[in-house]
Design a protein around this ligand. Structure first.
Ligand SMILES: CC(C)(CO)[C@@H](O)C(=O)NCCC(=O)O
Ligand code: NA
Length: 609
C-alpha cells in the first residue's frame, strides 16, 4: 500500500471505464439512426409513446438513483447502522399513490408535459411557475449528480477531477441530444445492469475478505450496526421509522408522482395499463438497489470495523469511503475496481441523461412552443440544441457544487424536499381541492418555497459550526456513538431544541411533507379569501374524485361484509358472481364522469379505488 493511502487504477480498469462510455454512446447513435431518426419531437421527447413496461421501470428507478445513493447509502450505514434501510417502507405508498392517482389522470389528459396539467387546472402563469421551479430543482441536482462520482474518483485514485466531469458530461450530452428518450431509456437499462453488477461484485468479494458470511455477520452485529426499528416520534431525529417511512412517502410522491422526468416515462408508454405496471415494477427494483447499497455499508463495516480509513486519514470525507474500500479490498482483482467505477458513473449518467432530456422537453413544450410557432423540424432541432445547452449548464453546476461541501446523500434528498416538495404541494392542491384557484396556487407555491429555504438554510447554518458532532444522535444510538469515538455533546440529550431552533433541527426527511403541506394550506386560505373556484368551472379530468372514491370504496366494503355475514342476502339480491360484476361496473361509470375516457382497461377500474 502506498503510505499516503493513494490507490491506483490499472490499465484494465481504464479500459472498462472507457467501455462504459463507448457502449452508452453506441446506444445513443443507434437510436439516432433507426426508427424515425429522431426527426419529430414526439419521438425525441416521448419515444413515439411506444415504450414497454420493463425498460421503463428500470429507467424510472435509474433516474433518481445516482452515484449519490451508491456512495452515500453505504457511508450512512457504515456510520449509523441499518436504520436508513427503513426508507424502503415508504416505497409502498410512494409508488401506489402515483400508480393509482397521478398516472391515470396524467395519462388520460394526454399531456405534453406534466406542467401542462397546471395550465388546464389553473392558468398559464401557474404552469410557468411550475416549470421554472422544476428547472431550478433539476439543474442543481444535475450538478450534484455529475460531480459526486468524479470527486470520489479524484480523491481516491488521483483521477483528474474535471477530466472525469467533462468526459461524462460530454458523452451523456451527446447520446441524449442524438438519441432522444429512446436512447435515454435504453442506456438507463444498460447502466442499471452495470450498476447492480458492480455493487454485487464488490459485496461478494468484500464478504470473502471479511472472512465469510458468518464472520461478517458477527462483526456487524457486535459493532451494533444492525438497527432495530426506531419508533421515536420526535421529528428532529434524522432517521426513524416515521421520518423515513412516512416523511419519505412525500419525497417519493414528489419524485415518482409529479416530476417531469418520471411522468415523461409514464406518458411514453404504449398503454395506461403499462404505465401503471411500470410504476409497480419500480418497487422491486428500488428494493434491490436499496438492499445492495445497505449491504455494501455492512460489508465495509465487517472489513474495517471502527478502524475506518477516515479515522486513519487516508481520506478526508465520508463520501470517499466506498471507493477507497473498493480500491483497497479489490486491488488483487484486476478489473473489479474499474467495474465499480463504471457502476458509479453508470448511476450518474442515467440520472443526468434523464435530467437533460426532461429539461429540454419542458423548456421546449412549456416555455418556447406556446410563444413561437415553428415547423416540426425546427422544433426538433431546437430540442436537441436545448439538451446540448443543459449539458453545458450541468458542467457549470458541477463547479458550483464543487464550491459547496456537504454530505452528498443528505444534500440531494434535501434538494428534493426543498424544491420538489413545494411542486408536489402545487399539484396536490390542484388534484385534490376543486375549490383552489390560480391566485391561491401561485401564492401557495411561493409560500412553500420560502418555507423550504427558510427551514433548509436555517437548518444547514445551525448545524454548521461542528457539523460532525451536532448530528442529532438518537439516545438509543449511544452505543454507536461510543463505538465511533464521537463525543456526543451532553447538551443534546438534555435540551430539546425549542422555538425556531426546533424548526431548524427538523429532520431533512420531513422537508417534502412540510413544504408540500405549506403550499396546500396557504393555497387554500388564499383561494377562500379571493373566491374559491366553483366545481363546474374546473376542467374535466383535472380533479381526483376523493369523496366519490371513498364512498364507492365504503359501499363495496359494506356490500362485502353483508355478503359474508348473511349469505341469504346475496342469494336474494343477485347471484353471487353477477352481484360483484354489477358493482364493479357501477364504480367505473362514476369514474368516467370525472375522467375523459380513452381506452378503459380492466386495471383502470381499480385506479379509481
Ligand atoms: C430517491 C430514492 C429514495 C428513491 O429513488 C433513492 O434512490 C435515493 O436515495 N437517491 C439519492 C439521490 C441520488 O442517488 O441521486
Ligand atoms: Na441514475
Amino acid at each position: 500500500m502506498d503510505p499516503t493511502g493513494q490507490k491506483y487504477f490499472t490499465i484494465i480498469d481504464y479500459v472498462i471505464f472507457a467501455l462504459l462510455l463507448v457502449a452508452s454512446m453506441a446506444i445513443g447513435l443507434y437510436y439516432a439512426f433507426t426508427g424515425g431518426r429522431q426527426s419529430t419531437t414526439q419521438e425525441f421527447m416521448y419515444a413515439d409513446r411506444s415504450m414497454k413496461c420493463l425498460p421503463l421501470s428500470l429507467s424510472l428507478m435509474a433516474t433518481f438513483q445516482s452515484a449519490v445513493a451508491i456512495i452515500g447509502t453505504p457511508a450512512e450505514v457504515y456510520a449509523n447502522g441499518t436504520q436508513y434501510w427503513f426508507i424502503g417502507c415508504c416505497y409502498i405508498l410512494g409508488l401506489l399513490i402515483p400508480a393509482h392517482i397521478f398516472i391515470p389522470m396524467f395519462y388520460r389528459l394526454h399531456l405534453t408535459s406534466v406542467y401542462q396539467y397546471l395550465e388546464l387546472r389553473f392558468c398559464k402563469a401557474v404552469r410557468i411557475c411550475g416549470t421554472v421551479t422544476f428547472i431550478f430543482q433539476m439543474v442543481i441536482y444535475m450538478g450534484v449528480g455529475i460531480y459526486t462520482p468524479a470527486l470520489a474518483l479524484n480523491a481516491v485514485t488521483g483521477f483528474h477531477l474535471w477530466g472525469a466531469v467533462l468526459a461524462t458530461g460530454l458523452v451523456c450530452t451527446l447520446y441524449t441530444a442524438l438519441g432522444g428518450l429512446k436512447a435515454v431509456v435504453w442506456t438507463d437499462v444498460f447502466q442499471t445492469v452495470v450498476m447492480f453488477t458492480g455493487q454485487l461484485a464488490v459485496i461478494i468479494v468484500g464478504v470473502h475478505q471479511a472472512g465469510g458470511l458468518s464472520d461478517a455477520w458477527v462483526k456487524v452485529r457486535d459493532g451494533g450496526r444492525i438497527s432495530g426499528i426506531d419508533l421515536n416520534p420526535d421529528p428532529t431525529v434524522r432517521h426513524t421509522f416515521w421520518t423515513l417511512g412516512v416523511g419519505g412517502v412525500f419525497l417519493m410522491l414528489s419524485l415518482y408522482g409529479v416530476n417531469q422526468a418520471q411522468v415523461q416515462r409514464y406518458l411514453s408508454s404504449r398503454t395506461e395499463k403499462e404505465a401503471v405496471m411500470s410504476c409497480y415494477m419500480v418497487f422491486p427494483c428500488l428494493q434491490v438497489a436499496l438492499m445492495l447499497s445497505c449491504l455494501m455499508g455492512l460489508v465495509m463495516y465487517a472489513c474495517y470495523g471502527n478502524n475506518s480509513p477516515l479515522e486513519q486519514q487516508y481520506i478526508t470525507s465520508k463520501d470517499q469511503m466506498v471507493l477507497y474500500f473498493v480500491m483497497d479490498m479489490l486491488q488483487n482483482f484486476p478489473g473489479l475496481p474499474g467495474l465499480f467505477v463504471a457502476c458509479l458513473f453508470s448511476a450518474s449518467l442515467s440520472t443526468i441523461s434523464s435530467a437533460f432530456n426532461s429539461l429540454a422537453t419542458v423548456t421546449m413544450v412549456d416555455l418556447i412552443k406556446p410563444h413561437y410557432s415553428m415547423t416540426e423540424a425546427r422544433a426538433t432541432l431546437l430540442s436537441k440544441m436545448l439538451a446540448l445547452s443543459y449539458g453545458i449548464i450541468c458542467v457549470a453546476m458541477a463547479y458550483v457544487v464543487h464550491l459547496m461541501n456537504s454530505s452528498v446523500l443528505q444534500a440531494a434528498l434535501s434538494i428534493f424536499g426543498m424544491v420538489g416538495g413545494p411542486l408536489l404541494g402545487l399539484f396536490c392542491l390542484g388534484i385534490f381541492f376543486p375549490c383552489a384557484n390560480s391566485i391561491g396556487a401561485v401564492t401557495g407555491l411561493a409560500a412553500g418555497l420560502v418555507m423550504a429555504f427558510w427551514v433548509g438554510i436555517g437548518g444547514f447554518l445551525s448545524r454548521m459550526p461542528s457539523s460532525v458532532q451536532v448530528l442529532p444522535f438518537n439516545s438509543t444510538n449511544t452505543v454507536l456513538a461510543a463505538s465511533e469515538n464521537i463525543t456526543v455533546p451532553a447538551v443534546i440529550d438534555a435540551a430539546r431544541p425549542a422555538g425556531l431552533n426546533g424548526l431548524y433541527s427538523l429532520s431533512y426527511m420531513w422537508y417534502s411533507a412540510l413544504n408540500s403541506s405549506t403550499v396546500v394550506l396557504i393555497g387554500l386560505i388564499i383561494s377562500f379569501m379571493t373566491g374559491p373556484t366553483k366545481g363546474d368551472d374546473v376542467a374535466s379530468g383535472t380533479v381526483y374524485p376523493v369523496m366519490r372514491t371513498a364512498q364507492s370504496l365504503l359501499h363495496k366494503l359494506v356490500k362485502l361484509s353483508a355478503c359474508c355475514t348473511s349469505p341469504e342476502h346475496t342469494i336474494d339480491g343477485h347471484k353471487k358472481i353477477n352481484g360483484n360484476v354489477k358493482e364493479d361496473a357501477g364504480t367505473e361509470e362514476e369514474t368516467e364522469t370525472f375522467l375523459p375516457s380513452n381506452a378503459v382497461s380492466p386495471l383502470e377500474h381499480e385506479t379509481s379505488v
